[in-house]
Write a new protein. Structure first.
Ligand code: HDD
Length: 746
């Protein structure tokens, strides 16, 4: 019959085409199709890995010492292979039943490739998901030798480190410059085992007991119904929590201050937060708090810059860190300790050292430098290093021990536990970035992702079969035999934990009027974003207990009545070191924009560029168009340059609007000018608003006049570019020109 004949014909045709297809795959066979993709290079035997392609040097020694294979490297061999090392002929076409037919289940290469891809993502960190890691070296001064036996703190000892900076609330792809606490986690690969100092850029924490951590994080993360807002504390649940758990008020005022929006990871302090216990060679103990002090000083963004950057460059802090490292301007921090006698009462100057919502003002206990960290290497592979690094507060070598701080105690559990689901099992310390540089000889066995091939038969001790090995060491880790008081088992805090306001007030009173302005604006902004009236009122009550001026100003902004304090205002002595304003800092590593007019005095601009570079700063030429100006490459055009990227700008000319410019569209600010390109006026406007110093000479002075900023504080003119830059350098020592905006708070 007709249909049967048609079907037979179709089957025959298909068989022919399958045969054709098979023939076509064999190169050189009659009628074979030309290769669809040319190899860009002639295949050859694999080259040895390039230096920068090597896996991070964070492993226990390999090769002859351990017999472990060399680390795997990507994209360096001549031939593509499967995961099991079989060379591949084609990776662009799945195996199909004919060119137009369905894919075949037997295509093991397709399945391997897709399956692996399907599982490329691991869960992001439950907090601190957005982060940026880099390698460096820590060199000890030896000044801590009297208080700790930790080998890496002995004089001139150099230790490899990996640092990861982070925000707390946002997802892995969220913006860097949001208002938030920043993580400052450092893994020291010491000869005596790793030491993880897992700190923040704020010296106190929201809560006093780890049992509340899920609560504060649930409150601060996006609302569970609509999953907004992302990476923000400006919402009802956050303020609901901190106004109900008033122990959070101290940390919160730091967040509302300029500390919540750092200029750069390079200009951020770090704090171990808790009190730790150090043990020296003689067994004597000392209580300490760890501090990181950035060489470049402590600087912040303005709130407008932070907001603009979330759109203009959400990777601002990551880019800034990596650009600085690649430019050779290695970020530096000093590690210091505040030292307190371990007398048993675990308090200093009336401050409970076990309460993580309290800090000790530096005026009472100076920070004593014990070593220097230089960050000098970006990761080779972001996932392998920044994502897979696992910090744990309990990772500490002999000479360092914990205290009974109930926040610290809970953290000791959480950091190991979270890696079990984040990194997929108990062997995460075998991942290259986590491997100690000290030899590992544990008796942990098996489990998911086990990479070691353990020899021997007796992973227990004592044993008589593996030669009795391993032995325990006399100089091993010491758990300080602190006396634990005979006490009832109880869910309760010590009475000193009830004071939630005195140090919050101390922080407020330590701020300059300019910084107080910023704090008022931040509270007003955040609370204005809350919908619930009761929450705003409750937080105003907390502010009343901190300071009446603060409370009144925020209440006025919210249009709500100012409540009376419910606790007596604490009588505290301000700590000037808490303020970021009024100090002078080194200026190296700053970014200076130089606006050049291609029709003006380009030589003068290029001369200043050399001077800026010679002063250890990064000069960026800004011109109307890309390409070259006066033989020098243009780094930013008027279309891309915004104030947020620069610490100061220099105007080396007055570029007129291009005849074919689209001023109304490109000016953004919508400002019209017949004489100066409106995009330059916008740049000057923004720099002025962001309290940046601005310099001009020659024709550049016209721009200042057009922008209406001539003669205002921090706007410098002189006869030559060099003279202008000299004055700008001095201004940069203070970071910003706050005199432009007299503070309104009394
Ligand atoms: Fe935490 C990550 C810092 C309290 C539970 N924390 C994490 C990171 C930093 C901090 C910097 C990121 C580490 C990285 O880059 O991988 N955390 C702190 C500080 C705290 C603090 C300074 C208070 C002084 N944390 C805290 C508590 C708990 C946790 C009270 C739980 C009870 N933290 C975690 C965690 C994370 C973490 C869930 C998420 C990802 C990870 O550990 O590896 O275990």
């Amino acid at each position: 019959s007709k249909p049967v004949k048609a079907a037979k014909k179709a089957v025959k045709a298909a068989a022919t085409s399958v045969a054709d297809a098979v023939t076509a795959q064999v190169p050189g066979s009659p009628g074979s199709a030309p290769a669809t993709l040319e190899e860009p290079t002639t295949p050859r035997e694999p080259l040895p890995p390039k230096k920068e392609q090597g896996a991070p040097d964070t492993r226990t020694p390999t090769g002859a010492e351990t017999g472990l294979p060399a680390p795997a490297n990507g994209q360096q061999g001549a031939y593509l292979t499967t995961a099991t090392g079989v060379r591949l002929r084609d990776t662009d076409h799945s195996l199909k039943a004919g060119p137009r037919g369905p894919s075949l289940l037997q295509d093991h290469h397709l399945r391997e490739k897709i399956t692996h891809f399907d599982h490329e993502r691991i869960p992001e960190r439950v907090v601190h998901a957005r982060g940026t890691g880099a390698h460096g070296t820590f060199t000890a001064y030896g000044t801590a030798e009297s208080v700790t036996k930790a080998g890496f703190l002995k004089k001139n000892t150099e230790t490899d480190v990996f640092v990861r900076f982070s925000t707390v609330l946002g997802s892995r792809g969220s913006a860097d410059t949001v208002r938030d606490t920043r993580g400052f986690a450092v893994k020291f690969y010491t000869d005596e085992g790793n030491f993880d100092l897992v700190g923040n850029n704020i010296p106190v924490f929201f809560i006093q007991d780890a049992i509340k951590f899920p609560d504060i994080i649930h409150a601060a993360k996006p609302h569970p119904d609509r999953e907004i807002p992302q990476a923000q504390s400006a919402h009802d649940t956050f303020w609901d929590f901190v106004s109900l758990h008033t122990e959070a008020q101290h940390h919160t005022i730091w967040n509302m201050s300029d500390r919540g929006i750092p200029r750069s990871y390079r200009t951020m302090e770090g704090f171990g937060v808790h009190t730790f216990r150090l043990v020296n060679d003689a067994g004597a103990t000392t209580l300490v708090k760890f501090h990181w002090k950035p060489k470049l000083g402590v600087h912040s963004l303005t709130w407008e810059e932070a907001q603009l950057l979330s759109g203009l460059d959400p990777d601002f802090h990551r880019r800034d860190l990596y650009d600085a490292i690649e430019a050779g301007a290695f970020p530096e921090y000093e590690l210091g300790i505040q030292v307190f006698p371990d007398t048993g009462e675990e308090a200093f100057a009336g401050i409970d050292l076990l309460d993580p919502t309290k800090m000790v003002p530096e005026e009472l206990a100076p920070v004593q430098p014990i070593g220097k960290l230089v960050i000098d290497r970006t990761p080779t592979n972001f996932f392998a290093e920044s994502e897979q690094v696992a910090f744990h507060l309990g990772t500490m070598p002999p000479g360092i021990d914990v205290t009974n701080d109930p926040l610290l105690q809970g953290r000791l559990f959480s950091y190991v536990d979270t890696q079990l689901s984040r990194l997929g099992g108990p062997n995460y310390n075998q991942i290259p970035i986590n491997r100690p540089h000290a030899p590992v000889n544990d008796m942990l066995r098996d489990g998911f992702h086990q990479h070691a091939v353990h020899g021997g038969v007796a992973p227990y001790r004592p044993n008589s079969l593996d030669g009795g090995n391993p032995s325990t060491a006399e100089d091993g880790f010491v758990d300080v035999p602190v006396i634990v008081a005979e006490a009832p088992k109880i869910r309760q805090n010590p009475a000193s934990f009830d004071d939630h306001y005195s140090q919050t007030r101390l922080f407020w009173l330590s701020m300059t009027p300019t910084e107080q302005e910023h704090i008022i604006s931040a509270y007003t902004f955040e609370l204005s974003k809350c919908y619930e009236q009761a929450i705003k009122e409750r937080q105003l009550q907390a502010l009343a207990n901190i300071d009446p001026v603060l409370c009144r100003q925020v209440a006025t902004g919210l249009g709500l009545p100012e409540p009376k304090p419910t606790v007596p205002l604490a009588d505290v002595t301000p700590s000037p070191t808490l303020s970021q304003i009024g100090h002078t800092w080194p200026t190296d590593g700053r970014t200076i924009g130089i606006v050049v007019d291609p029709d003006g005095d380009v030589d003068a601009a290029l001369k200043v560029r050399e001077v800026v570079f010679g002063a250890g700063m990064t000069p960026l030429l800004i011109a109307p168009h890309g390409g070259m100006v006066g033989g020098a490459p243009v780094q930013r055009t008027f279309a891309t340059a915004r104030s947020v990227e620069f610490d100061a700008i220099l105007l080396a000319g007055a570029p007129v609007p291009a005849p074919d410019a689209r001023p109304a569209r490109d000016a953004k600010a919508g400002r019209a000018s017949a004489t100066v390109d409106p995009r330059v006026l916008l740049l000057v406007d923004e720099c002025w608003r962001h309290a940046k110093s601005i310099g001009a000479w020659g024709d550049g002075v016209t721009v200042l006049q057009e922008a209406g900023v001539s003669g205002t504080p921090g706007v410098v003119t002189a006869n030559s570019g060099e003279a202008v830059f000299g004055e700008i350098q001095v201004l940069l020592g203070a970071h910003r020109v706050w005199e432009r905006f007299p503070a309104l708070v009394a």
